[in-house]
Design a protein around this ligand. Sequence first.
Ligand code: NAI
Length: 665
Amino acid sequence: MNTIKNTEMNIIETDFQHFSLSIEDGIAWLCIDVKDEAANVISPDVVSELDRACDEVSKLSSTLGLKGLILFSGKPTGFIAGADVKKFREITDPEEARLFIKAGHAACKKLEDLAIPTLAMVEGFCMGGGLEVALACDYIIVDDAPSTKLSLPEVKLGIHPGFGGTVRSIRRIGVMQAMPMMLTGKNILPRQAAKMGLVDMCVPLRQLKSSAIQTILRKPEKKQAPKSAKLLELGPMRSLVAMQMRKEVASKAKQEHYPAPYALINLWEAHGSNSDEMYAAEAESVLQLGMTDTARNLARVFFLQNRLKALGDKSFFTPKHVHVIGGGVMGGDIAAWCAMQGMKVTIQDISTDALGRVMGRATKGFKRRYRKDKFRIMQAQDNLIPDLHGHGIPTADVIIEAIYENLEAKQSIFKEVETKAKADAIIATNTSSIPLSDIAKVMKKPQRLVGLHFFNPVFKMPLLEIVYTPKKTNVTVIKQAQSFGVHIGKLPLPVKSSPGFLINRILMPYILEGVTAQQEGIPVAVIDKAAVDYGMPMGPLELADTVGLDICLNVGRILADTVGVTLPTSLDSEVEAGKLGKKSGEGFYQWKEGKKQKATKDEWNGDIQQLQNRLIEKLTNESQKCLDEGIVEDADLLDAGVIFGTGFAPFRGGPMNAISESTGD
Ligand code: NAI
């Protein structure tokens, strides 16, 4: 039973664990603050309380005559982060899963059917089930800060919205806006959300509450997709639109690997004109998808990503100033990336031309990332400072060396850096192949040197290998490096210093097996297709061309003993002939303006499955070897590294997971 305590701000007494309800100036304020969680996540308990909270509001409304309901979050982290993936993953009984989905549908319907105006007041992220709940309200008002993000990212977990969000998003913004949002799972920023009608308004934080109250009192017309969008729901048009969407999805993901986007299109094509039917079919479809290996493995990837993030404790180290030595391909991009993360960056190079190129490329990168946001572009530009003579070294918190791959040159840098750097600064190298202990030999305190191995292209690759020498590298330095990784938005993975570290070592046998197969006469396009069909983002030969055949040859030589391979002779001859891959315009493929040209021959009579096994086994076997040698701590970290460092088929949950699934362990 509820009782009203005071007149201005009446707190309603309930037995809720995750919600609290109060009444202020005739409006019910429902605060979601999920117990024992840093962020609001939706579990069966939360759904059941939301349902009961709606009953409570309904009762209060009929006794007190409420003007409306405002739903908001009590967490500083955001509105609602979506379903509780951990709890959802624990549900293995299909009947239990069905009950959860049905309960979610019922609670959202109850919220939607309340007789008073309802509004979601959103500050921070509003994702998945959180946005579905917001969509069940009459109005959505959001804070206009860039930290506010809205999305329906379920497809990334191998499912699609399952609390009625497929119907409500299409009803609100039309199929041509709602479907791409659900098919890609992309974040929508506040201004864009307001422009597309997903939210009613985006306002500065200080006006959020007053705008919410005004909206409840004024009761403007509810947002709805324009009539023209409704035309697309008519039978024949619907089939055409669905066909086009299927084609677009097929260019990015195969149905047998990623069934969710196809199921979503089928759902709309079959029931798009009938909401009741679509609600029911949505629940069934999401249940089916939830049981697939893809959904299970994508949930695994989600946890692996969180595990990597958790390896870096942000409070352990506070980097403000990064100094990068060497402004080439890697150093330039590392500097630009750190400047974008809000750090002051000094970039040092012996060549003024190189520094000029860094600034030009960085500005292009900022503009691509921030589009028309001139303020943020300017901010990132201001953070990046050319520093021909290395004046930044004594004040930097992190010093990253990224000059060319040469032991003596790197040693002479560190000899000097060590004498000038602050006592607690991170001193790091981006070397891709030189053992850390060889470089550190010349240092007075070799235990200070750590590897920060970034991947190319820096803007796109999420993984950062934190390379250390066991029993030598200072443990605090390793922890600082992990913390730095998270500060700059990368996923840090501690890796033992040994040839190729983790990622290059695992990729090399895969690349070399591709080259060997090509040398045996199997067409280039057939080899790459076999790997892509498995789910690799790129075949071994396209990857070799992209990395550069000279670099492959060099890394191959360094790794030949460790990996136990003989280098295919064709790699040597290609490099000798000046065919270096993408950068020279010719390698295994022809390249024009950075684009791969179609290979002429793509037919072969051999056993494709056998070819695929042969390529992938090289990669999985090397993964097993790395694990046995303790290059990373455990199988999950190995899978995480390979997924985020190579793009290895996420729906397979990583190479070690794929091995255990194929052997049934
Ligand atoms: P790069 O050849 O593009 O750039 C090297 C830069 O260092 C040049 O601008 C050069 O002028 C400058 N430099 C040379 N000596 C210097 C000195 N004493 N002081 C200051 N600047 C100096 O090389 P890239 O590709 O950027 O590689 C740099 C490092 O990163 C290497 O250790 C490489 O193994 C590693 N790496 C490279 C990757 C790639 O894909 N290119 C990927 C990951 C690591």
